[in-house]
Design a protein around this ligand. Structure first.
Ligand code: ASP
Ligand code: MG
Length: 411
């Protein structure tokens, strides 16, 4: 029988009523003839509570115990979902990560899935089980300890199961009804997309559209897993939500598919560094070693052998970046006059695979922002994305103006 993966996020299993509602949806797919693998998150708020307990007990916690604790929320919802299905006369069994087993690396709290052997669950399907309810977010290390995949990781669990079982589709049930052209809280003109390409979704996911964990999209792209994002609160239908799929499956699309933003971006400028071969390596090497995720980079024109280097990174990494630079300076690896952190900026990005074949997108974006009197501080581009840093107070305005300019409210 064909396999379908259905993942329910925290709000979709937030209480017993919602679990019942989710179970009914599973029942509909079982009735169609699918063997269903259900991946569950913890009840909404639960993981935060567990993380809070860990931090309160031991600020410099042992990461193995962190995983033992924060993975437990999913165990509860997996068991409850299996029981609810059994009450509906649907043969179902719950599975914790180690029972499958979901084999991961030993990087506690940020483990990667290495392998999901399918024999155990397949055997249960062959013997009459119709649903395997798997606790998302967790796995087991080569040392036999419980691991977790990083916050939001049950999306990645779901896609990994869809790949391992060659599932027909991976449905991600959440509290929004799909992927939008931009955040509907910023403009009511935001429109739900019927389809979006993996690469676009990847850009949008990593740019702060929080519907899917970025790694789950990477995995779906690599294994060509058809991914659907849909709401567990609306009517069920085969075409609901947004399908995240290969580019070839999208006949025609707008040049720009979406406008993303990120509030948590900081602009860092190293004033007056020596303009010499190796200077970029001497700056960005230590930043990378310190775990700073540098996004945009600009190097100014040099004057008298000195130049300014500007980069952006998430706001919560500013302290780490400053320390890495001070240490490199003390060690004599780099020399700079000053390090200025501007944490009052936001990043706005236009994303679309159509940019590959159409020119003028950047020009239009800059013109639009200039018409609104918004100053651009940093620009970065890739094949399918143009990002700018602007003062945070202009963030909403910039998103709205760009959404209008690229006519994203029209299909
Ligand atoms: N419960 C975990 C978290 O909140 C994993 C997930 O829901 O995806 O991060
Ligand atoms: Mg999530």
């Amino acid at each position: 029988m064909p396999v379908l993966v259905m993942k329910f996020g925290g709000t979709s299993v937030a209480n017993l009523d919602r679990i019942k509602r989710a179970a009914k949806r599973v029942g509909v797919e079982v009735a169609k003839g699918y063997d269903v693998i259900v991946i569950v998150s913890a009840m909404s708020g639960k993981t935060n509570e567990l993380v809070g307990w860990v931090n309160e007990t031991s600020p410099l916690y042992d990461a193995r115990e962190y995983d033992a604790i924060v993975s437990s929320g999913e165990n509860v919802t997996a068991g409850l979902m299996a029981l609810t299905l059994q009450e509906m006369e649907i043969p179902a069994r719950s599975w914790q990560g180690w029972q499958v087993p979901v084999k991961t690396t030993s990087a506690h709290s940020a483990a990667r899935i290495e392998e999901i052997p399918d024999e155990n669950i397949r055997e249960k399907f062959a013997n009459g089980d119709r649903v395997a309810v798997v606790a998302g977010f967790q796995g087991v290390s080569p040392e036999g300890r419980i691991t977790t995949l990083g916050r939001g990781g049950s999306d990645t669990t779901a896609v990994a199961f869809a790949a391992a079982f060659d599932a027909e589709r991976c449905d991600i049930y959440t509290d929004v009804d799909g992927v939008y052209t931009t955040d509907p809280r910023i403009t009511d003109k935001a429109r739900k997309l019927d389809k979006i390409a993996f690469e676009e979704m990847l850009e949008l996911a990593s740019l702060g559209a929080k519907v899917l964990q970025t790694r789950s999209v990477e995995l779906a792209m690599r294994y060509k897993v058809k991914l659907r994002v849909l709401s567990s609160f609306e009517e069920q239908s085969d075409t609901a939500g947004t399908l995240v799929c290969a580019e070839e499956e999208i006949m025609e699309s707008n040049v720009v598919s979406g406008i993303a933003y990120s509030r948590d971006e900081a602009k860092m400028t190293l004033v007056s560094v020596a303009d010499r071969p190796g200077i970029a390596a001497a700056i960005f090497g230590p930043l990378s070693d310190a775990g700073v995720n540098v996004d945009m980079i600009i190097q100014n024109i040099a004057e008298d052998g000195r130049t300014d280097m500007t980069f952006s990174c998430p706001t919560d990494q500013v302290k780490r970046a400053e320390k890495a630079m001070e240490d490199a300076k003390t060690a004599g690896e780099i020399n700079y006059h000053d390090l200025i952190a501007d944490t009052d900026v936001a990043k706005i990005s236009a994303v679309g695979i159509g940019m590959r074949s159409q020119s003028g997108v950047a020009a239009k974006m800059f013109k639009t922002l200039s018409d609104e009197g918004v100053n651009i501080k940093v620009i970065a581009t890739s094949e399918i994305k143009i990002s700018v840093l602007v003062d945070r107070k202009y963030m909403e305005l910039a998103v709205q103006a760009l959404h209008d300019a690229f006519e994203l409210d029209k299909a």
